[in-house]
Write a protein that binds this ligand. Structure first.
Ligand code: 0O2
Ligand code: 0O2
Length: 209
């Protein structure tokens, strides 16, 4: 018998600690008055029922779930622009309070469902009164548009249990394409705004000479 409260305690602690740490990165950008590649951060511990479902569907014995289910503790970092995602990944890679175990790039290689996100799995040391315990945590990094799509698709998935009626499946595919185009348009707008700022600054500098 698994005592779920005991089992999940370090995961809860890790999520709370990492929320503070990752939100702190955003605060540091704000302090420096520079564009933050992080828009907002959320976190959750996977509900027991979802852990059991995932273990059953992947044939994972209960004694191995801590090693084989990587997203019992999950953090999500939302970005405004696609380019921000790799900046966030770089920031994670240079930290020394955890170790990166795996990265999954569902942006260059989107899933068949249309899902896009960058996943980083880390091994995070939790300090307990019985010593250090290292646990796996999954950090999903995505744009606001990717998050919008994934959130809707996830709730529909819950309703249809993965078996979407054909018309809904097609609409979700089209919505994923629309989210992709939205990200592209926003990146172009951003580039044009930055370009306009550069031209403006050059003109100002010219006037000062
Ligand atoms: P604020 O002041 O609203 O920015 P907890 O309830 O303690 O477990 P938390 O962080 O409050 O933890 O909740 P959760 O669910 O992990 O994260 C929700 C955070 O994400 C909240 O911020 C929301 O405001 C923020 N959020 C959700 N959607 C959006 C969005 O579309 N845009 C932006 N900018 N933020 C969003 P906080 O941390 O409560 O602080
Ligand atoms: P939750 O808490 O409900 O979000 P898998 O075999 O795909 O379940 P794997 O290979 O361990 O899992 O890891 P993967 O695919 O890198 O990450 C799984 C998590 O990514 C999912 O967690 C989702 O949060 C997200 N995800 C992956 N594919 C999709 C998708 O097609 N649609 C949406 N909306 N999200 C996706 P869970 O288990 O669903 O947990």
């Amino acid at each position: 018998m698994v005592n779920w409260d005991d089992f999940l305690a370090p995961y809860k602690q890790a999520v709370e600690e990492l929320k503070v740490k990752l939100k702190g990165m955003r605060t540091q950008f704000e302090r420096e008055n520079t564009h933050s590649p992080i828009e907002f951060v959320t976190g959750r511990v996977k509900p027991v029922a979802s852990i059991l479902d995932k273990a059953a569907s992947k044939n994972i014995p209960l004694e191995r779930i801590d090693q084989e289910i990587q997203d019992i503790a999950g953090l999500r970092m939302m970005c405004q622009f696609v380019d921000d995602i790799m900046k966030v990944v770089q920031l994670l890679r240079q930290r020394n309070d955890f170790e990166i175990v795996e990265e999954r790039d569902y942006i260059s290689h989107k899933k068949a469902s249309g899902y896009r996100s960058y996943h980083v799995v880390i091994r995070y040391p939790v300090q307990t009164i019985h010593g250090e315990k290292k646990i796996l945590v999954e950090i999903q990094i995505r744009t606001l548009a990717m998050n919008f799509w994934a959130t809707i698709e996830h709730s529909l998935n819950y309703k249809y249990k993965g078996q979407f009626p054909e018309d809904i499946r097609l609409r979700l595919k089209r919505a994923a394409e629309a989210a992709f185009l939205l990200d592209e348009e926003m990146s172009k707008i951003r580039f044009e705004i930055q370009e306009a700022q550069r031209v403006f600054l050059r003109k100002l500098e010219g006037q000062e000479e």
